[in-house]
Design a protein. Sequence first.
Length: 185
Amino acid sequence: MMTLAGKLWRELASETGGSEIAEAAVVLPLMFMVLLGIFWFGQAFRLYGTITRAAQEGARAGAAPYCTTCTPANSSATIANNAVSAVNSALTASNLDPGSIPVQSAPPLNACASAGNSCQPVAGSNVCVQPSIQLYNTSVTPGGAGVCGVAVTFQYPYSFWLPFTSLNKQQIMLTASARVRIETQ
């Protein structure tokens, strides 16, 4: 009788029929978390590319040349309005809300000779447009003058959804920034 019970216990111990289920129960939640992480980080990367493109469009619109008969002057307000309009158009085309841009303090960039380096205010927008920043100085281009440009900077909120992690429902601010040389012709 003892040998029969011992034989039965040995057969049960060597049986591996249910181990696949136990292994799947451990591995599948981990694989699901990895797939969710890939998805949400991919969404953040897509959003970052979209807002960076919007900042580039804004800087390009702010730096575009103006004919003398079209506008009285290439003023800072005109540059800022054109830049913000282009940013808002690019965000709206990508189904993003320009109203979600929070108020920010942009890092001060080196200003060209007589211009200040603060953000040019545009009513109803939190996009920072610096209409006259120095892109590089004479030490970069020996014998030449520094080149002035337009900088557009803003942040856009993004929320992760990654359960059982510290990133679950965590809001991060993605920063978009672009600088473009001011066109003179």
